[in-house]
Design a protein around this ligand. Structure first.
Ligand SMILES: [Zn+2]
Length: 156
């Protein structure tokens, strides 16, 4: 009986093991956090950063993003979808800015990014494993997102 419990614990632990998103190595240590805003209540959340200690790995650090939080950009997934929906309705930029609670300049840049993002999203969701609902595949989705929009971060 004890053996079964131990084995279950071990496999549960293995499933929750943090892997480096560059080399899939598990030799990782925590290395501080950085702030992002929670999409719903706008409260600051801390994103855990890790160092990869696998000698063969060409990268030193990575982070595991909570669902909704996108890499690099300061906007969350839901904000992109909301912005896209408002643009499609023909809503003026000032109103989009007001509804999203951002300045007009930010709304303008967000609209431009949204156009690129939606074109990419519509194309990619038919060929990737994250499909129409990336929230269940957040590490894969954020990796694809980052490789497509910020490819120089992946060149070493
Ligand atoms: Zn690594």
């Amino acid at each position: 009986m004890e053996n079964i419990i131990v084995r279950n614990d071990a496999s549960a632990k293995k499933n929750n093991q943090v892997c480096c998103c560059h080399c899939s190595g598990t030799l990782v240590v925590r290395n501080g956090t950085y702030p992002r805003n929670h999409p719903v209540n706008n409260v600051e959340i801390r994103v855990q950063r890790y160092l990869c200690k696998t000698p063969e790995c060409p990268w030193q650090s990575f982070s595991i993003l909570p669902e909704f939080v996108l890499p690099v950009i300061r906007h969350v997934y839901g904000t992109l979808l909301s912005c896209h929906a408002m643009v499609k309705k023909g809503m003026p930029q000032a109103e989009i800015a007001r509804k999203l609670g951002v300045e007009r300049g930010i709304a303008k840049r967000l609209k431009l990014f949204c156009r690129k993002f939606m074109a990419w999203f519509v194309r990619e969701k038919t060929i990737t494993n994250w499909g129409t609902n990336p929230l269940g595949f957040w590490p894969d989705f954020t990796r694809d997102f980052s490789q497509s929009f910020y490819p120089d971060r992946w060149v070493k």
